[in-house]
Design a protein around this ligand. Structure first.
Ligand code: COA
Length: 194
C-alpha cells in the first residue's frame, strides 16, 4: 500500500463517471427515475472521495438536489466529481450532471449535487489529506464549501427549534395555524405567540 500525500491539488481530484440510461431506470412516465440519478451521484461522490483520501468513505449527507430537466431513456449521463472542500475527516464532493441525446449531440446540464463523505478507518472517522487550492476558482469553491458547512449546521439547529415551537402548540393553536396562517414563522412572533 503506497503512502498517501499529505495534501492533494484540486485538479487531481477530478473524476468522471458515465452511464447510458436503460428502460430499467424508467419511472412510470417513461423518463429516468430520480432515484437512479441519485444513486449515480452517490457512486461518483464515493469514488471521488475514496480516491482522494485512499480510504473507504461513507455518505454523511446530500445537500438539496434540484432536478432541472427530465432525463430520457437512451441518454448518456455523465457525472463530473471534484473535491471542493475538506474538513478534518469529511470531504465535500461537487458533482455536475449532464445528459446527452447522442443522436442530436445535445448535452444538457441537469443537476448540480453536493455530497459530504466521511473517511473511515477501523470504522471511525479518520483524517483526510489537505486540499491544495491552486486557481481562483478552487479558492472560491473551497470558501463556498466552508460557508455551506456553517449554514448547514445552523439550518439544522434552526429547523429543530421551529419543529419544537410547532410541537409545543396546543390543539387550538394548531387549528388556527392550519386554517389561516400564511407564514408560520410570522405566526410565532411576539405579537402572535403560540
Ligand atoms: C457519517 C458518520 C461516520 C459520522 O460519524 P460521527 O460519529 O458523527 O462522527 P463525527 O462527529 O466525528 O464527525 C465526523 C465528520 O463528519 C461530519 N459529519 C457528521 N455528520 C454529518 C452530516 N450529517 N452532514 C455533513 N457532515 C457530517 C462532521 O462534521 C465531521 O467532519 P470533520 O471531521 O471534517 O469536521 C456517521 O454518522 C455514520 O456512520 N453515518 C452513516 C453513514 C452511512 O452509512 N451512509 C450510507 C447510508 S446507506
Amino acid at each position: 500500500m503506497g503512502t498517501r500525500p499529505a495534501a492533494i491539488p484540486v485538479s487531481e481530484t477530478k473524476l468522471r463517471m458515465a452511464q447510458m440510461m436503460t428502460p430499467n431506470d424508467a419511472n412510470y412516465l417513461g423518463k429516468v427515475f430520480g432515484g437512479a440519478i441519485l444513486a449515480l451521484i452517490d457512486l461518483t461522490a464515493s469514488a471521488t472521495a475514496s480516491r482522494f483520501c485512499g480510504m473507504t468513505c461513507v455518505t454523511a449527507s446530500f445537500d438539496r438536489v434540484d432536478f432541472l430537466k427530465p432525463v430520457e431513456i437512451g441518454e448518456l449521463v455523465e457525472l463530473d466529481g471534484v473535491v471542493t472542500y475538506v474538513g478534518r475527516t469529511s470531504i465535500e464532493v461537487t458533482i455536475q450532471v449532464h445528459a446527452t441525446d447522442l443522436r442530436e449531440a445535445q448535452r444538457q446540464h441537469v443537476n448540480t449535487a453536493r455530497v459530504t463523505m466521511v473517511a473511515l478507518q477501523d470504522g471511525k472517522p479518520a483524517q483526510v489529506p489537505r486540499l491544495i487550492c491552486e486557481s481562483r476558482e478552487d479558492k472560491l469553491r473551497f470558501l463556498e464549501g466552508r460557508l455551506r458547512r456553517e449554514i448547514r449546521a445552523e439550518r439544522v439547529k434552526e429547523m429543530e427549534s421551529w419543529y419544537k415551537k410547532i410541537e409545543d402548540s396546543h390543539d387550538q393553536e394548531l387549528d388556527r395555524l392550519l386554517s389561516s396562517v400564511e407564514s408560520l414563522r410570522l405566526a410565532f412572533t411576539d405579537e402572535n405567540p403560540a
